[in-house]
Design a protein around this ligand. Structure first.
Ligand SMILES: NC(=O)c1ccc[n+]([C@@H]2O[C@H](COP(=O)([O-])OP(=O)(O)OC[C@H]3O[C@@H](n4cnc5c(N)ncnc54)[C@H](O)[C@@H]3O)[C@@H](O)[C@H]2O)c1
Length: 261
């Protein structure tokens, strides 16, 4: 399939998990991929995946919780490839799991830095270029937990609820400029990397609690299994392509039916 042929595409947080699977899927669909990451080794690995699939790729290393990095990322894409077609805002992820009354104020700020600010900043940096060019596809990655108040991640849910609100606002303001902005809202996804270990959340002590939390989520998921990263990537590729047509400002749940309309 070549739906994304030659589309210059930024994918944030593409070093692992859903972002890495998305970069691979974009490569298979012919895109030119900019892997935006704060982890240089992970970025290199994904750039290798994309090039091995025969597509062009460059990495951009920076902390996208700052506006300066987001602006530099968009400038980098345009300097490298002349323009920007697609922005996938994938950076995010719960930084802690516990009831809201146990969260420290500093940790709440850290969650905002991870799960809403990179998306706010990258959209703000990319939109002037897309508006001037009268073309753009923005896919923001939300989380279905924001739609049902899933346990023990209130600040994350707030961040992802913000991502959904930003999606509809941008869609309304920019439809006249040839821009489609949608949100892919995953549920529990079986990412290859154990994110919770990486962030220092999972300990032997916490493991049983996390298993119980995941089981509670599966109990309310009709498909009774986590998604794969590849399933999320396929949905992101659709929303990034011209097949998206008349669809804008939508939140597409990809959560095994955990939330239904
Ligand atoms: N995995 C799930 O179960 C799940 C469920 C619902 C929603 N999501 C959402 O999907 C997206 C991807 O999830 P994942 O599990 O694949 O993520 P992950 O934690 O495995 O990977 C995130 C990547 O983003 C990078 N990153 C983090 N902060 C960054 C920053 N400030 N600047 C630049 N790079 C940064 C990390 O280095 C990492 O490579 C996230 O937005 C997450 O909230 C995931």
């Amino acid at each position: 399939m070549t739906r994304l042929k030659d589309k210059v595409s930024i994918i944030t947080g593409a070093g692992q998990g859903i972002g890495r699977a998305t970069a691979r899927r974009f490569a298979d669909e012919g895109a030119i991929v900019i892997v935006a990451e704060m982890n240089a080794a992970a970025a290199d690995r994904t750039v290798g995946d994309v090039r091995a699939a025969g597509a062009a790729a460059q990495s951009f290393i920076g902390d996208l919780s700052t506006y300066a990095a987001a602006e530099a990322l968009v400038e980098f894409a345009i300097a490298q490839f002349g323009h920007l077609d697609v922005l996938v805002n994938n950076v995010g992820g719960a930084t802690a799991l516990k009831p809201y009354h146990e969260w420290d104020p500093d940790d709440i700020v850290a969650e905002m830095n991870r799960s809403i600010l990179p998306t706010l900043w990258c959209c703000r940096a990319a939109l002037p270029h897309m508006v001037a060019r009268k073309y753009g596809r923005i896919v923001n990655v939300g989380a279905d937990s924001a739609r049902n108040g899933l346990w023990d991640r209130a600040p994350y849910n707030v961040g992802k609820g913000g991502v959904m609100a930003l999606t509809t606002s941008i869609a309304r303001e920019t439809a006249a400029f040839g821009i489609n902005c949608n949100c892919l809202s995953p549920g529990f996804t079986d990412t290859a990397t154990d994110r919770l270990v990486e962030r220092g959340i999972r300990t032997a002590q916490a493991s049983e609690y996390l298993q119980r939390l995941n089981q509670m989520q599966m109990d309310i998921t009709p498909m009774s299994r986590p998604a794969t990263s590849e399933e999320q990537a396929a949905a992101i590729a659709f929303l990034a392509s011209d097949d998206v047509g008349h669809i804008t400002g939508q939140v597409l749940s990809s959560s095994g039916g955990m939330n239904m309309q």
